[in-house]
Design a protein around this ligand. Sequence first.
Ligand code: IPE
Ligand code: MG
Length: 213
Amino acid sequence: MDGNGRWAKKRALPRAVGHQRGVEAVRRLVRALEPTGLECLTLYAFSSENWKRPDEEVDDLMNLMRRFIRSDLPEFVANKVKLKIIGDWQSLAPDIVAMLEDALAQTANGNQTLAVALNYGAQHEIARAAAKAAASGAVSIETIAAHLDTADLPPLDLLIRTSGEIRLSNFLLWQAAYAEMIFVDTLWPDFEPAHLMQALDDFARRERRYGGR
Ligand code: IPE
Ligand code: MG
């Protein structure tokens, strides 16, 4: 989810407003999830590198997260959205960890997964998984994959990056091995369910060969 800052800048608004509108884009998308039939939608909300931003912006993002969970959790439960968190989320502020634990428990019976990457960095995820695989005595593709944060999620099929940047920025590096990628110029606050539908349409037309022919 990239482009909140540029969205705000274009309008001479504070970055915080861009992030706020970014949350609204998330809400729209989650509300539109059911008819897509998607098993899982993963959102990159806060990277392990985002701590480098000014304290004020980090605080804004954390507060937005608190408010979003508080306001939207009942809707997740009602709509059978199952929350999943990937990344080092347990080291976030204790009140956020508690809110997330409660949200995970309340949504455990959902049938469509909304995975949120919080304090997430793929290289660290892979290193952690490899260390666990080594501790279990067998380092292989399978044992590393089994220890990734996404071990219980379906394979990654499609990765979408907004805002015109064409890089992965340490997101789901392992999982993206055979994922289709779509890069759109749309800034995240402008991202509508229709953009997702378009991406799913494009995805459906791609021929996937996994190295075969
Ligand atoms: C993405 O928007 C939001 C988060 C990283 C949380 P940015 O804040 O990266 O927006 P730009 O890249 O400055 O436009
Ligand atoms: Mg950015």
